[in-house]
Design a binder for this molecule. Structure first.
Ligand code: BGC
Ligand code: NOJ
Length: 817
């Protein structure tokens, strides 16, 4: 069944009942302050780093689910409720949650009182705004007690959840009027604090959790609210919270609005105090930055204005690529939600979601390059900066730190290097950036290796080192060595771990110098031509020729050693045994090497590409998408690593790892099979499963990393929504390859490959300073092939739209057939 619906005009997903099969979340923030908010107002916010600077506490994997957030309690006489349903799970007369672009709105009603909450992070400020309006819909006057509630995190989220012997003694707050300041650790080594304020006088407040809730009560039973009286408590250690008690008198029909602000403030070291601490007196913090921030949002009108500015920001971003088609599910994903998710993966990487705890993972070298594909057309200047950050963590031999820290932008020593696909992703990312922007100057940027300026080289040299790394690290079959793993982090062929808890990703008990990856080989053939092309464009023709020769050799090695008869092999293990072959008992066929080989064009002429895709369909396809391998591994194989550690049907062991389904989609477009390409696209595309939400469970408006495969107990159940490379790759598959609007070095290519039943579509694309208004006519019922193109009414030779760069709109009509 469905738990809501899309409102396409408003670009919102409207959740119509609060008890969704899993918390359905949204993201707030576009610059450096971010929040996660669920459909019951759960979640948390942080400044820049979800581990180090978290403002409010959130309890992952708690019971009941989704514990912690910004809660508002209402009391009308003896009736007490939480208008966003949780935490009291109140029975509401109405409930609606609208997740929009960078904001979330709630509206509900109970007891004749309507409630609305609009939550967002304004552009350019480090705060969440929650504008709340109460409307008396009854015929009599109401005297409402409203209580706000947040629980402060003592900044470092990991320490906050573990170091209780210290943390229960360090909590400090200040309260001044309607402003609650959280200043734990401000006296010593921090120069920042949080403020939780409301723009109206309060009747009382609480900052001590036990006083507000009661020691043995949950969030659903706060004693201050139930008694209608705040304790005016000042936290000293234990668990500081922020709660305002507001009394609102509302005559019949009357509305009142309140603006709550939860902000992060910093002071320069020499201006930290209004009054420094003295014996017997706690210091008074300098509140200037807080006051300036609160002043900006002190009226509902000011909050509305900030929201309007945010809406304009998103409207402008999403005008860069729009889609109009009969198939609304595809159009809204390609035109709106998929791009929105791409921006979120850009901002969050893999740090904070309801599956990523915000304390674990840095920025992935591979992940960040892939994420770029999904947002480079939206914010090219930020893509440029991101590329330079990533490249600066590369080692001089072309290999790369697998991850880097977002705050320091330095490579992460704990994970280190040795994921041998990593270097190639940099070529891919840079080529995508240049195809989008035409900005070759990026290749001349001096970029350090391993963040060491003394060994900086141009970005072009970085690409050369990336390319050479693969050439210099080949195994016995002339295929690239896999190292610790390739794209499949769980194919750990040198790991040989039998120790519980040992990291599959960083352990190498058996440096074979033998295990090879066909996926990296195919990827080399896929991205290598871009390197060669860039060489030619910067007039390094000899280097281009050398690159082309290396690619040809790789194709030969693949043809000779990586074709299994009906599909491409996946790898050779540390003993030189085949992986992903009909000779194997389990794991006979894998998706990755097949997708990449066909995307690279290998076997297109001799029918092997079509055969490989047919095999993928025959062995890996399911109603919910294509599984990563078959048959699932039943047992742990020490020589294969983490892939075999998962129960059958989950994650890398035969789950539908959505990230790589678009590779098959793209591969199918290479074969011109528009019907099949679209089928693979729709199977993992969330709106197509909106009415199956009880099984799928995740948000119908975003992709999930994984859907349980056919061997799993709950086949079709999704997990790990939001922060996944699926976002960028599905966007590429639908926009570049199915709709076929694809940036290339010399212009915008239009090369659709769509289902024969699709009669056409319209798309607008901003590209290098001009707008292309494209109409595709497929009354011929073709799957691929462009018969004619006109631009501004004039026929064009071929299907490469020129770079106009004139700031104007151009009408393009494409006739398929
Ligand atoms: C997961 C992978 C992930 C890796 C690195 C593994 O446990 O299965 O999907 O990429 O961890 O974080
Ligand atoms: C998730 C990781 O973020 C990504 O880098 C990797 O390719 C996939 N898992 C597959 O293992």
């Amino acid at each position: 069944m469905q738990y809501g619906h899309f409102d396409d005009d408003a670009r919102e997903y409207v959740i119509t009942r609060p008890d969704t099969p899993y918390p359905w979340i949204n993201y707030l923030g576009c610059d450096d302050f971010y929040g996660i908010i669920s459909n019951t107002s759960g979640g948390y916010c942080f400044y820049r780093d979800a581990k180090m600077l978290r403002l409010i506490r959130y309890r992952y994997n708690n019971v009941p689910a989704d514990a912690g957030g910004r809660y508002f309690y209402l009391k009308d006489g003896d009736t007490v409720w939480t208008p966003t349903w949780k935490p009291m799970k109140s029975k509401l007369d109405r409930y609606e949650c609208r997740h929009g672009m960078g904001y979330t709105k709630f509206s509900s009603a109970k007891n004749g009182l309507a409630y609305s909450q609009t939550s967002f992070i304004p552009l350019g400020d480090k705060c969440e705004i929650h504008k709340i309006t109460l409307t008396n819909e009854s015929k009599a006057e109401k005297n409402i007690d409203m209580f706000s509630f947040i629980e402060f995190c003592l900044w470092n989220a990991q320490d906050d959840m573990s170091n209780f012997q210290r943390n229960f003694s360090i909590g400090e707050v200040e309260v001044h009027g309607s402003c609650i300041y959280h200043k734990t650790e401000y006296r010593e080594r921090r120069n920042h604090y949080a403020v939780w304020a409301v723009n109206t006088p309060v009747a009382g407040f609480d900052t001590d959790r036990q006083t507000f809730l009661g020691l043995y009560n949950g969030f659903d039973e706060p004693q201050a609210v139930l008694s209608g009286k705040a304790g005016n408590s000042i936290a000293a250690g234990w668990s500081p919270i922020g709660s305002h008690h507001i009394k609102a008198k509302l005559s019949a029909g009357e509305s009142k609005s309140f603006v709550f602000v939860l902000g992060f403030c910093e002071n320069p070291e020499d201006q930290k105090w209004e009054k420094p601490a003295a014996p017997g007196n706690a210091g008074i913090i300098n509140k200037k930055p807080a006051k300036a921030m609160l002043e900006k949002y002190s009226t509902p009108e000011a909050a509305d204005k900030a929201l309007a500015a945010l809406n304009d920001y998103w409207k402008n971003l999403l005008s860069k690529f729009t889609v109009d088609a009969e198939d609304k599910k595809m159009a809204r994903m390609a035109g709106v939600w998929n791009q929105y998710q791409c921006m979120v993966t850009f901002l969050m990487s893999r740090s904070a979601s309801y599956f990523e705890s915000g304390i674990g993972r840095g920025m992935g070298f591979r992940d960040s390059n892939q994420d770029l594909l999904g947002f480079v057309h939206l914010v090219p200047e930020r893509a440029r900066a991101r590329i330079l950050d990533i490249a600066a963590t590369q080692f001089p031999d072309g290999s790369a730190y697998h991850q880097y820290q977002p705050l320091t932008k330095r490579g992460n020593n704990e994970i280190g290097s040795g994921f041998n696909d990593d270097p190639l992703w940099l070529i891919f990312g840079v080529a995508s950036y240049i195809k989008e922007t035409g900005d070759y100057s990026i290749l001349d940027e001096k970029v350090p290796f391993d963040n060491d300026d003394s060994i900086a080289e141009t970005l072009f040299v970085h690409l050369q080192r990336s390319f050479n790394y693969t050439i210099n690290n080949k195994g016995p079959h002339g295929l690239p060595l896999i190292g610790r793993a390739d794209w499949n982090d769980c194919l750990n062929l040198n790991c040989f771990s039998s120790t519980p808890g040992e990291s599959f990703q960083t352990t190498a008990n058996f440096e074979s110098g033998i295990a090879e990856s066909v996926m990296i080989a195919a990827m080399f053939v896929f991205v290598g031509p871009d390197y060669a092309e860039l060489c030619r464009r910067v007039k390094q023709n000899d280097e281009a020729a050398r690159a082309e020769k290396a690619i040809t050799e790789m194709v030969e090695a693949i043809n000779k050693h990586a074709w299994d008869g009906e599909w491409f092999l996946r790898a050779y293990d540390a003993h030189g045994k085949k992986i992903g072959s009909k000779e194997c008992e389990d794991g006979k066929i894998y998706i990755e090497s097949n997708g990449f080989a066909v995307m690279a064009g290998i076997g297109l002429e001799d029918g092997r590409a079509a055969k490989a895709m047919d095999s993928v369909k025959e062995h890996l396809d399911t109603p919910y998408g294509i599984v990563i391998l078959q048959p699932a591994y039943k047992d742990y194989h020490i020589e294969l690593g983490e892939v075999t550690s998962y129960p059958p049907g989950y994650k890398e062991n035969a789950g539908i790892f959505c990230h790589n389904n678009p590779w098959i989609t793209i591969a199918e477009t290479k074969l011109g099979r528009g019907n099949r390409a679209f089928e693979t696209y729709t199977k993992i595309c969330p709106p197509y499963r909106e009415d199956d939400s009880d099984l799928r469970r995740m948000e119908p408006y975003v992709y999930a990393q994984m859907v349980a495969g056919k061997d799993a107990v709950r086949a079709g159940e999704a997990k790990n929504s939001w922060l996944t490379g699926t976002a960028a790759w599905t966007f590429v598959s639908i926009s570049h390859y199915i709709l076929g609007v694809r940036p290339s070095y010399d212009g915008l290519l239009v090369d659709p490959c769509i289902p024969s039943s699709m009669k056409g579509f319209k798309a607008t694309r901003h590209f290098r300073g001009a707008d292309y208004h494209i109409t595709v006519d497929n009354s011929a019922g073709a799957e691929k092939g462009v018969k004619s193109v006109t631009v501004d009414g004039k026929p064009l030779d071929g299907n490469l739209l020129p770079v106009f760069g004139d700031g104007k709109a151009h009408d393009v009509v494409v006739t398929m057939g």
